[in-house]
Design a protein around this ligand. Structure first.
Ligand SMILES: [Cu+2]
Length: 519
């Protein structure tokens, strides 16, 4: 038996070694993009999942083995998967009409590259509005130091749910804009209408009321929940429910944990248009990483999480055990979702799907406190590119530097430069801005210089100015866009382009044609 096993294992080992040396050629993990049933609030519907043959959601490779995936498109329509936050070769980035052609129905596409990072990442379709149908999954990159962070680790994917199909949400956003006739006021006010199946809800900047917000408790040096009299956050899509690991709060995932042990919560905002506040309640948490990248630990029990961002929160289960809900409230809503951590024998509380009051906008309370564990090298910025975030309400169009995609405007740079991008948000909504293919550092927040977090997605709050910096060391054509799906699909999308980059796949006009297709 041992001999037989040796016969099997030896060729595999040799194969792996060759594969590693070449950076490709390893046996890929097949990821099936397929339709699956999902029951939400008593109704059965068909959504999308990214699963391995054994049903595992997504892909969680060992850093040292590299990334080896064959995406098999089992949908009836084209797709393409983006590996969010990964530093990878340009043509592996998975963005249709920027770095590759879409994967046709029934076809597959191979992705192979070495891994440079570890920690909490995720994958999602970059095709049309498929992300709203949960064409997304976790992507955790393992290494011994990631495993050593806690006794137990839990992935919590947050998403937003509407009974209204995504293309109709987009239609009502566009239609709603026209019918409300708000043309000339400030972009913030103009962008205030709300789309949902019912076309009801938070219609823009409200007058101050009691809302949930985050506060830094200076005395105890921790991030906490507070309530303030302030306007409710502006949102433009009103969802029917929020989901944690695809489940509503009244039917939450119950996760067994051990008394006295540490648990690392890897939270992923895989939502399409909904930002969150994360509440660990009675468990004191230590924020260890944002967007997969280490920060100097910050304590607290209340955290901000913008669309597409991640939080690694370490909690310790008390010695006498118990049941501990981990909740997320949607920004500008009363909607809640969550999971429950529970020790053996503890009675599990019922969770409500709604909070008693709504929330304020995400702001810079948390971001100004974050310090990268591994900041960029000490070097001044060679080139600063402006990125003015705006909106034009006449037809629900969101813009970067006054232009809506598709256009061939790009932010241009040269290899070897330290590049800054200066965001100014003149609108009334926050925009979670994502740059593909690079880690960047937050270096300035509202006029104040900081050695902030390394990230791949930056929440730029309403009327805020923030500057990021990164080293132009990964040539190509890289998308940079708002990660609110209905903003990116209506123009808040551009590319950063290296001088001399190969642009053969970059076809803005063709890309724009599939924006807005929900399948
Ligand atoms: Cu946006």
């Amino acid at each position: 038996m041992k001999k037989r096993l040796g016969k099997i294992l030896l060729p595999i080992a040799i194969c792996c070694l060759i594969g590693q040396a070449l950076g490709s050629g390893s046996e890929p993990v097949r990821l099936f993009v397929k339709e699956v049933p999902l029951k939400v609030l008593g109704k059965e519907l068909s959504v999308i999942a990214i699963e391995q043959a054994d049903g595992t959601q997504g892909y969680s490779p060992e850093k040292n083995n590299g990334f080896h995936v064959e995406v098999v498109n089992q949908l009836k329509v084209p797709t393409s998967l983006h590996w969010h936050g990964l530093i990878l070769p340009n043509l592996m980035d998975g963005v249709p009409f920027v770095t590759q052609n879409p994967i046709p129905a029934g076809k597959s596409f191979r992705y192979d590259f070495p891994l440079k990072q570890t920690g909490t990442y995720w994958m999602h379709s970059h095709y049309g509005l498929q992300e709203q149908s949960y064409n997304s999954a976790p992507l955790i990159i393992w290494a011994p130091e990631e495993r050593a962070k806690a006794d137990q680790q839990v992935v919590i994917m947050l998403s937003d749910f509407s009974f209204t199909p995504a293309d109709q949400i987009l239609k009502s956003l566009k239609g709603g804009m026209q019918s409300t006739g708000m043309k000339e006021s400030s972009p913030g006010k103009k962008m205030g209408s709300t789309a949902s199946g019912k076309m009801s809800g938070n219609m823009g900047a409200s007058s101050p009321s009691e809302v949930v917000a985050q506060r830094w408790d200076d005395q105890k040096q921790r991030l906490v929940r507070t309530t303030v009299r302030a306007p409710e956050a502006e949102i433009d899509v009103k969802y029917d429910a929020l989901l944690a690991n695809r489940r509503t709060a009244d039917d939450p995932e119950i996760i067994s944990v051990n008394a006295g042990e540490s648990v690392l919560l890897r939270l992923i905002a895989a939502s399409s248009n909904q930002n969150f506040y994360v509440d660990t309640g009675g468990l004191e948490a230590e924020l260890l990483a944002v967007d997969g990248k280490g920060v100097q630990p910050i304590r607290g029990n209340f955290f901000q999480l913008g669309v597409a961002q991640r939080l690694d929160l370490k909690v310790i289960i008390p010695k006498d055990g118990g049941a501990y809900p981990i909740l997320a409230q949607g920004e500008g809503t009363k909607l809640l979702c969550g999971v429950v951590l529970t020790t053996k024998g503890a009675s599990v509380p019922k969770l409500s799907r709604t909070a008693s009051i709504s929330t304020a906008s995400l702001d810079n309370t948390q971001e100004t406190r974050l310090r990268a564990l591994s900041p960029l090298s000490n070097h001044s910025i060679d080139r600063t590119l402006p990125a003015a975030l705006g909106g034009n309400m006449a037809n629900y169009v969101w813009t970067i530097n006054g232009a809506a995609y598709p256009n061939s405007n790009s932010l241009n740079m040269k290899s070897g430069e330290r590049v800054g991008i200066a965001f100014t948000n003149s609108t009334g909504m926050g925009h979670p801005m994502h740059l593909h293919g690079h880690d960047f550092q937050v270096v300035e927040i509202d006029g104040e210089k900081v050695s902030g977090a390394l990230r791949d997605t930056l929440m730029v709050p309403p009327r805020s100015k923030m500057t990021i910096a990164f080293d132009a060391d990964n040539a190509g054509v890289w998308p940079m866009h708002c990660h609110l799906l209905y903003h990116l699909d209506t123009g808040m999308f551009t590319v950063v382009k290296y001088e001399g980059a190969d642009t053969k796949f970059w076809q803005p006009n063709t890309q724009a044609k599939v924006f807005g297709s929900s399948k």
